[in-house]
Design a protein around this ligand. Structure first.
Ligand SMILES: C[S@@+](CC[C@H](N)C(=O)[O-])C[C@H]1O[C@@H](n2cnc3c(N)ncnc32)[C@H](O)[C@@H]1O
Length: 219
Protein backbone atom coordinates (compact mmCIF):
# COMPACT_ATOMS: atom_id res chain seq x y z
CA UNK A 1 0.00 0.00 0.00
CA UNK A 2 1.40 3.45 -0.87
CA UNK A 3 1.78 6.08 1.88
CA UNK A 4 -1.08 8.16 0.48
CA UNK A 5 -3.40 5.12 0.19
CA UNK A 6 -2.53 4.19 3.79
CA UNK A 7 -3.30 7.76 4.96
CA UNK A 8 -6.62 7.80 3.06
CA UNK A 9 -7.63 4.49 4.68
CA UNK A 10 -6.56 5.72 8.11
CA UNK A 11 -8.54 8.93 7.69
CA UNK A 12 -11.63 6.94 6.63
CA UNK A 13 -11.35 4.75 9.76
CA UNK A 14 -10.73 7.81 11.95
CA UNK A 15 -13.80 9.65 10.65
CA UNK A 16 -15.87 6.49 11.21
CA UNK A 17 -15.09 6.81 14.94
CA UNK A 18 -17.36 9.88 14.94
CA UNK A 19 -20.33 8.06 13.36
CA UNK A 20 -22.10 7.90 16.73
CA UNK A 21 -21.36 11.54 17.61
CA UNK A 22 -23.90 14.37 17.38
CA UNK A 23 -24.41 15.57 13.81
CA UNK A 24 -22.72 18.95 14.38
CA UNK A 25 -19.55 17.18 15.54
CA UNK A 26 -19.65 14.72 12.61
CA UNK A 27 -19.93 17.60 10.14
CA UNK A 28 -17.25 19.61 11.90
CA UNK A 29 -14.64 16.83 11.84
CA UNK A 30 -15.41 16.02 8.20
CA UNK A 31 -14.90 19.67 7.24
CA UNK A 32 -11.73 19.82 9.33
CA UNK A 33 -10.37 16.66 7.67
CA UNK A 34 -11.09 18.10 4.22
CA UNK A 35 -9.56 21.51 4.88
CA UNK A 36 -6.45 20.34 6.68
CA UNK A 37 -4.11 17.47 5.79
CA UNK A 38 -3.96 16.10 9.32
CA UNK A 39 -2.84 12.63 8.20
CA UNK A 40 0.45 14.27 7.24
CA UNK A 41 1.31 14.66 10.92
CA UNK A 42 0.63 10.95 11.48
CA UNK A 43 2.95 10.01 8.61
CA UNK A 44 5.86 11.83 10.28
CA UNK A 45 5.26 10.30 13.73
CA UNK A 46 7.17 7.29 15.05
CA UNK A 47 5.14 4.05 14.93
CA UNK A 48 5.73 3.33 18.64
CA UNK A 49 6.13 5.21 21.90
CA UNK A 50 4.37 7.90 23.92
CA UNK A 51 2.94 10.77 21.87
CA UNK A 52 1.38 14.01 23.12
CA UNK A 53 -1.13 15.84 20.89
CA UNK A 54 -1.27 19.44 22.15
CA UNK A 55 -4.55 21.27 21.52
CA UNK A 56 -6.20 18.08 20.26
CA UNK A 57 -9.65 19.64 19.69
CA UNK A 58 -12.12 16.90 18.72
CA UNK A 59 -9.25 14.41 18.65
CA UNK A 60 -8.68 13.87 14.93
CA UNK A 61 -4.87 13.85 15.05
CA UNK A 62 -4.80 11.78 18.25
CA UNK A 63 -7.16 9.26 16.69
CA UNK A 64 -5.14 9.08 13.46
CA UNK A 65 -2.05 8.38 15.58
CA UNK A 66 -3.85 5.78 17.69
CA UNK A 67 -5.29 3.88 14.73
CA UNK A 68 -2.03 4.20 12.80
CA UNK A 69 0.05 2.31 15.36
CA UNK A 70 -1.05 -0.03 18.15
CA UNK A 71 2.37 0.43 19.78
CA UNK A 72 1.77 4.16 20.14
CA UNK A 73 0.44 5.51 23.42
CA UNK A 74 -1.36 8.76 22.63
CA UNK A 75 -2.49 11.52 25.00
CA UNK A 76 -4.53 14.38 23.55
CA UNK A 77 -4.98 17.52 25.65
CA UNK A 78 -7.15 20.56 25.04
CA UNK A 79 -8.26 23.54 27.08
CA UNK A 80 -11.88 23.27 25.83
CA UNK A 81 -13.86 20.82 27.97
CA UNK A 82 -16.60 20.26 25.39
CA UNK A 83 -14.05 19.29 22.72
CA UNK A 84 -12.35 16.87 25.08
CA UNK A 85 -15.78 15.38 25.84
CA UNK A 86 -16.40 14.98 22.10
CA UNK A 87 -12.99 13.35 21.64
CA UNK A 88 -13.62 10.96 24.56
CA UNK A 89 -16.82 9.72 22.92
CA UNK A 90 -14.69 8.25 20.11
CA UNK A 91 -12.30 6.20 22.25
CA UNK A 92 -14.35 3.01 22.67
CA UNK A 93 -12.22 0.07 23.81
CA UNK A 94 -8.90 1.38 22.46
CA UNK A 95 -6.31 1.32 25.27
CA UNK A 96 -3.71 3.43 23.41
CA UNK A 97 -5.46 6.82 23.43
CA UNK A 98 -6.89 9.14 26.09
CA UNK A 99 -8.04 12.75 26.22
CA UNK A 100 -7.50 15.23 29.05
CA UNK A 101 -8.72 18.75 29.68
CA UNK A 102 -5.54 20.72 30.27
CA UNK A 103 -3.86 24.00 29.39
CA UNK A 104 -0.88 23.41 27.13
CA UNK A 105 0.93 26.40 28.64
CA UNK A 106 1.11 24.75 32.07
CA UNK A 107 1.07 21.06 31.10
CA UNK A 108 4.06 18.91 32.03
CA UNK A 109 4.72 15.29 31.16
CA UNK A 110 6.86 12.97 29.14
CA UNK A 111 9.31 11.97 27.95
CA UNK A 112 7.48 11.77 24.62
CA UNK A 113 8.75 10.15 21.43
CA UNK A 114 6.75 12.81 19.58
CA UNK A 115 4.61 15.86 20.24
CA UNK A 116 2.08 16.87 17.61
CA UNK A 117 0.54 20.32 17.29
CA UNK A 118 -1.99 21.16 14.56
CA UNK A 119 -3.11 24.78 14.28
CA UNK A 120 -3.01 25.74 17.95
CA UNK A 121 -0.16 28.13 18.71
CA UNK A 122 -1.59 31.07 16.74
CA UNK A 123 -4.16 31.39 19.56
CA UNK A 124 -1.37 32.09 22.06
CA UNK A 125 0.61 35.39 22.19
CA UNK A 126 4.20 35.12 20.84
CA UNK A 127 5.94 35.04 24.23
CA UNK A 128 3.61 32.23 25.27
CA UNK A 129 4.37 30.36 22.02
CA UNK A 130 8.11 30.63 22.69
CA UNK A 131 7.64 29.38 26.27
CA UNK A 132 5.49 26.52 24.98
CA UNK A 133 8.11 25.49 22.43
CA UNK A 134 10.71 25.44 25.22
CA UNK A 135 8.32 23.30 27.29
CA UNK A 136 7.87 20.92 24.30
CA UNK A 137 11.66 20.62 24.01
CA UNK A 138 11.83 19.64 27.70
CA UNK A 139 9.03 17.06 27.32
CA UNK A 140 10.62 15.34 24.30
CA UNK A 141 12.71 12.19 24.73
CA UNK A 142 16.34 12.62 23.60
CA UNK A 143 15.53 11.35 20.07
CA UNK A 144 11.99 12.80 20.09
CA UNK A 145 10.40 14.94 17.40
CA UNK A 146 8.03 17.91 17.53
CA UNK A 147 5.63 17.76 14.57
CA UNK A 148 4.07 21.20 14.33
CA UNK A 149 1.64 22.21 11.63
CA UNK A 150 1.23 25.93 11.61
CA UNK A 151 -0.03 28.74 9.44
CA UNK A 152 2.38 31.52 8.54
CA UNK A 153 1.96 35.01 7.10
CA UNK A 154 2.90 34.25 3.47
CA UNK A 155 1.79 34.21 0.72
CA UNK A 156 -0.24 37.31 1.52
CA UNK A 157 -3.44 36.34 -0.33
CA UNK A 158 -3.64 32.99 1.42
CA UNK A 159 -2.84 34.67 4.73
CA UNK A 160 -5.84 36.98 4.29
CA UNK A 161 -8.07 33.89 3.98
CA UNK A 162 -6.34 32.03 6.83
CA UNK A 163 -6.66 35.01 9.17
CA UNK A 164 -10.24 35.79 8.12
CA UNK A 165 -11.37 32.23 8.74
CA UNK A 166 -9.64 31.99 12.12
CA UNK A 167 -11.10 35.35 13.12
CA UNK A 168 -14.55 33.91 12.38
CA UNK A 169 -13.77 30.67 14.26
CA UNK A 170 -12.62 32.55 17.38
CA UNK A 171 -15.29 35.27 17.22
CA UNK A 172 -18.39 33.33 16.14
CA UNK A 173 -17.22 29.71 15.96
CA UNK A 174 -16.17 27.01 18.42
CA UNK A 175 -12.48 27.93 18.91
CA UNK A 176 -11.57 29.55 22.24
CA UNK A 177 -9.07 32.40 21.95
CA UNK A 178 -8.41 36.09 22.46
CA UNK A 179 -6.48 37.34 19.46
CA UNK A 180 -4.55 35.79 16.57
CA UNK A 181 -0.76 35.61 16.64
CA UNK A 182 0.59 33.95 13.49
CA UNK A 183 4.39 33.66 13.46
CA UNK A 184 5.98 33.72 10.03
CA UNK A 185 8.22 30.85 8.88
CA UNK A 186 11.51 32.53 9.83
CA UNK A 187 10.14 33.63 13.22
CA UNK A 188 8.97 30.08 13.93
CA UNK A 189 12.37 28.62 13.02
CA UNK A 190 14.13 31.16 15.27
CA UNK A 191 11.74 30.26 18.12
CA UNK A 192 12.30 26.51 17.61
CA UNK A 193 16.08 26.95 17.55
CA UNK A 194 15.94 29.18 20.66
CA UNK A 195 14.10 26.29 22.34
CA UNK A 196 17.13 24.12 21.60
CA UNK A 197 15.60 22.16 18.72
CA UNK A 198 17.04 21.38 15.26
CA UNK A 199 14.24 22.41 12.94
CA UNK A 200 13.24 22.32 9.31
CA UNK A 201 10.19 23.90 7.62
CA UNK A 202 8.22 22.12 4.92
CA UNK A 203 5.76 24.47 3.14
CA UNK A 204 2.60 22.52 2.28
CA UNK A 205 1.56 23.42 -1.24
CA UNK A 206 -1.96 22.26 -1.97
CA UNK A 207 -5.28 23.44 -3.33
CA UNK A 208 -6.22 24.52 0.18
CA UNK A 209 -6.37 28.32 0.55
CA UNK A 210 -4.22 28.34 3.71
CA UNK A 211 -0.61 29.19 4.51
CA UNK A 212 0.17 25.77 6.04
CA UNK A 213 3.75 24.89 6.96
CA UNK A 214 4.92 21.72 8.70
CA UNK A 215 7.82 22.19 11.10
CA UNK A 216 9.78 19.12 12.14
CA UNK A 217 11.99 19.79 15.15
CA UNK A 218 14.35 17.37 16.86
CA UNK A 219 16.14 17.41 20.21
C1 LIG B 1 -7.97 25.09 15.39
S1 LIG B 1 -8.22 24.04 16.75
C2 LIG B 1 -7.25 22.64 16.24
C3 LIG B 1 -7.68 21.38 16.93
C4 LIG B 1 -6.93 20.12 16.51
N1 LIG B 1 -5.50 20.25 16.75
C5 LIG B 1 -7.19 19.77 15.06
O1 LIG B 1 -6.25 19.85 14.28
O2 LIG B 1 -8.32 19.45 14.72
C6 LIG B 1 -7.21 24.78 18.01
C7 LIG B 1 -7.38 24.09 19.36
O3 LIG B 1 -6.41 24.60 20.29
C8 LIG B 1 -7.02 24.59 21.56
N2 LIG B 1 -6.25 25.46 22.46
C9 LIG B 1 -6.07 26.80 22.39
N3 LIG B 1 -5.30 27.23 23.39
C10 LIG B 1 -4.96 26.14 24.13
C11 LIG B 1 -4.19 25.93 25.29
N4 LIG B 1 -3.59 26.94 25.93
N5 LIG B 1 -4.06 24.67 25.78
C12 LIG B 1 -4.67 23.63 25.15
N6 LIG B 1 -5.42 23.76 24.04
C13 LIG B 1 -5.57 25.01 23.53
C14 LIG B 1 -8.42 25.07 21.29
O4 LIG B 1 -9.32 24.76 22.32
C15 LIG B 1 -8.73 24.32 19.99
O5 LIG B 1 -9.34 23.09 20.23
Amino acid sequence: MTASARSAELLRRTLALYDGSPQAERLFVRARALLSDLALLERHAPRAGAILDLGCGHGLVSNLLSLGGAARDVTGIDIAEEKVAAARRTVGARPNVRFLTADATTFGGGPYAAITVADVFYLIPPEGQRALLASCARMLAPDGVLIWKSQVRHPRWKYAITRGQEWLMTTLGPTQGHGLYFLDTDESLVALRAAGLRAVALPLRSWRPYTDVLFLAYR
